[in-house]
Design a protein around this ligand. Structure first.
Ligand SMILES: CC(C)(COP(=O)(O)OP(=O)(O)OC[C@H]1O[C@@H](n2cnc3c(N)ncnc32)[C@H](O)[C@@H]1OP(=O)(O)O)[C@@H](O)C(=O)NCCC(=O)NCCS
Length: 160
C-alpha cells in the first residue's frame, strides 16, 4: 500500500539522499539541503509501510503552468508504483491550485507517456523555465525531453 503525503522537516535528510542517488549519476539536478528546506512546502513523499520510498516537488511557473521536479524513487522500490503515485498526487495538487498544464523535463519519456504526458518542443516553454535552465550545467547541450500534460478535473484523481 503506497501512501503519498506532504513532506515535513523530518524528511529533509531522506529527500536529500534520494536526490543524491540520481544527481550523482546525472539523472536529476542536484539540490542542497538548504534548497530542499526552502522549498519544503512544494515537496511530497511516498511511503510504504511507513518507510519513505520516493519524493517529488511542484514548481509553479505561471498562473497556469507547473513543473514536476525532483522526482526520485528509492532504488529498492522501483517499479512498484511509487513514481506514478507521486505524479498523480502532484496532478491533484496542481489541479487544486488551479493550474492547467504540468511539464516535466526528463530522461524517462516512456514513464511519463504512460501517465498521459506528451512530448513538447523545448522552445514552447516559457522564459521562466529557461530562467531555471540557464543555471543548469547542461544548458548548452541539454539532452532532456520536455513533456506536457493538460490537467482536467477527471484526470489523475488519486488517493493522497
Ligand atoms: C522514473 C521513476 C520515478 C519511476 O519510478 P517507479 O516507482 O519505478 O515507477 P512506477 O512503478 O510507478 O511505474 C509506472 C509505470 O512506468 C513504467 N516505468 C517505470 N520506470 C520506467 C522507465 N525508466 N522507463 C519506462 N517505463 C518505466 C513501469 O514499468 C510502470 O509501467 P506499467 O504501469 O505498465 O506497469 C524512477 O525510475 C526514478 O526515480 N528514476 C530516477 C530519477 C528520474 O529519472 N526522475 C524523473 C525526472 S523527471
Amino acid at each position: 500500500m503506497i501512501k503519498v503525503r506532504r513532506a515535513t522537516v523530518a524528511d529533509t535528510a531522506t529527500i536529500s539522499r534520494l536526490l543524491d542517488n540520481y544527481s550523482s549519476i546525472g539523472r536529476l539536478l542536484p539540490r542542497t539541503r538548504e534548497e530542499i528546506v526552502e522549498r519544503l512546502s512544494s515537496f511530497f513523499v511516498s511511503e510504504q509501510d511507513s518507510v519513505v520510498t520516493g519524493c517529488v516537488s511542484l514548481e509553479v511557473f505561471t498562473s497556469e503552468l507547473g513543473e514536476i521536479r525532483s522526482l526520485a524513487v528509492e532504488p529498492n522500490f522501483l517499479k512498484s508504483g511509487n513514481g506514478s503515485s507521486l505524479v498523480k498526487n502532484l496532478e491533484n495538487e496542481a489541479m487544486r491550485l488551479g493550474l492547467q498544464r504540468l511539464i516535466a523535463l526528463t530522461y524517462v519519456p516512456d514513464f511519463f507517456r504512460k501517465l498521459g504526458f506528451e512530448i513538447t518542443p523545448m522552445n514552447s516553454l516559457p522564459e521562466k523555465v529557461f530562467g531555471v535552465c540557464v543555471n543548469c550545467p547542461k544548458f548548452n547541450n541539454c539532452d532532456e525531453i520536455a513533456m506536457v500534460k493538460h490537467i482536467e478535473e477527471n484526470n489523475g484523481k488519486h488517493q493522497s
